[in-house]
Design a protein around this ligand. Structure first.
Ligand SMILES: Cc1ncc(COP(=O)(O)O)c(C=O)c1O
Length: 430
């Protein structure tokens, strides 16, 4: 077997990409706008990084290499496929009719009506463009409506001050929710102790925090599902704790929404929050996010100031209406679940065949695995995996965010390349 690095050099052109990366390093601090698309998250030297075309489940990079994408599906913001004809068709029409004007686009009200009808417990809704921004709005609404300042949360909910303030007290506070030891530089120190993390499903810890901060808590924020198997009972208990203590319950459905049913995952789990927040997949890649909630809470928006010019552009509303229509018509969440299950099975089967130690986790449409060796060996294994897949013209790492357009042919190609990757990993590591 030839060395995997040499093979890579032979197969993939990357001259233009290298130049662009050199420019980006100087021009754009932190390299790009989303941490999860920084090539460092994969392998800086081999990850293709820039695309010029994305269509179906294929991406053409800046050096004209065409890859099958079995990776992060635009970090979970694309549910069907890239350049989806139906959704793009609707958006192109709306572009031709003007994406912006001095009046409000009709699709804002149509989308409001549609989402509230799908989530029958909700009465009112606000819109913006991205997930973290939407969570910031939800927290503002909860604080304004309750007259209280503190929020208890579990999981990742965006980059904004309210969330990052959790690390003012201790740089470790976000370790199990985002990543280790982030310095909250730039976040006003007066926000210390206003956002307090708790371990998901650790309801004992949650109750203790509520006792400690009696009558000071505006909201409890969780993702209904993510890395663990759905746990209806634990979620019901969080609901009961919130109700008993008169605390607003916020479900962050930015990543979980539309993956296991049409709409929020809480519909499937049959536990309703006071506010639910959507982003990512809602627009199948177009920018749109939604904060929906009960009227008695949402009506505070009449008295406070939450307002922005670009929230009004029409493509996001149109894309969301078109995405929901397609999703409902074809029950596409079933395909996302099935595809996630298939990839998990391929990972496990191939790992077993080559005696590579891994464990899989995450709900099926947001599937992940970890190598189970030392930290150094895990990094080597991940590098070999990514490079071998790229050599075979596939974008893949240890995360698979499902797209409904993946077919058995794609899984076959993926499985064949994974065999080579895991064989190499086994030879190098075992
Ligand atoms: C659960 C959850 N909340 C919030 C966010 C932030 O969304 P955005 O990146 O659109 O700001 C993310 C993004 O990964 C997320 O997964």
């Amino acid at each position: 077997m030839k060395d995997w690095k040499n093979q890579l050099k032979m197969n993939i052109k990357n001259h233009k990409t290298k130049l662009l990366k050199k420019k980006a390093v100087n021009l754009i601090p932190a390299f790009t706008q989303l941490l999860s698309k920084n090539p460092n998250r994969f392998d800086y030297n081999v990850w293709p990084t820039y695309y010029i075309r994305a269509k179906g489940v294929f991406i053409t990079d800046n050096d004209n290499n065409k890859f099958l994408d079995m990776s992060i599906a635009s970090i979970g913001s694309v549910l069907t496929e890239y350049a989806d004809k139906d959704i793009d068709g609707a958006v192109i029409k709306s572009i031709q009719n003007g994406v912006s004007s001095s009046l409000i686009n009709v699709n804002e009200v149509k989308l409001a009506e549609k989402l509230c009808k799908m989530h029958k417990w909700s009465d009112q809704i606000r819109f913006c463009k991205s997930g973290g921004e939407a969570m910031s709005i939800a927290v503002r609404i909860a604080r304004a409506s309750s007259g209280k300042d503190k929020v208890l949360f579990s999981g990742y909910h965006g980059w904004h001050d309210w969330y990052m303030s959790a690390n003012l007290k201790n740089n470790n506070n976000l370790n199990n929710h985002l990543f280790n030891n982030i310095n909250p530089l730039g976040v006003p120190k007066v926000l210390k102790n206003t956002a307090i993390p708790f371990r998901f499903y650790d309801n004992k810890q949650l109750i203790n925090l509520i006792k400690k901060y009696k009558n000071k808590i505006a909201a409890i924020i969780v993702e209904p599902i993510r890395n663990d198997e759905p746990n209806k009972i634990a979620l019901e208990n969080i609901y009961k704790i919130a109700k008993k203590n008169n605390i607003i319950l916020i479900f962050d459905e930015i990543s979980s929404g539309f993956r296991i049913c049409n709409g929020g995952s809480h519909l499937k789990l049959k536990v309703n929050p006071d506010i639910a927040v959507f982003g990512k997949g809602l627009g199948n890649g177009y920018p749109i996010a939604a904060i929906l909630g009960r009227k008695e809470i949402m009506k505070i928006c009449d008295k406070i100031f939450i307002s922005s010019t670009n929230w009004m552009e029409a493509t996001g509303y149109t894309a969301a209406l078109s995405t929901i229509k397609k999703f409902e018509k074809r029950k596409l969440y079933k395909k996302l679940i099935a595809n996630g299950k298939k990839v998990k099975k391929i990972w496990l089967d191939v790992a077993k065949k080559y005696n590579v130690k891994i464990n899989t986790y995450g709900i099926d449409p947001l599937a992940k695995f970890d190598f189970k060796y030392s930290k150094t060996k895990n990094l080597i294994a991940k590098k070999i995996l990514i490079s071998t897949m790229i050599e075979n013209k596939i974008l893949a790492s240890n995360i698979y965010y499902a797209m409904s357009a993946h077919t058995d042919n794609h899984f076959k190609k993926f499985s064949k390349a994974l065999e080579l990757a895991f064989l190499r990993i086994s030879k190098k590591i075992n």
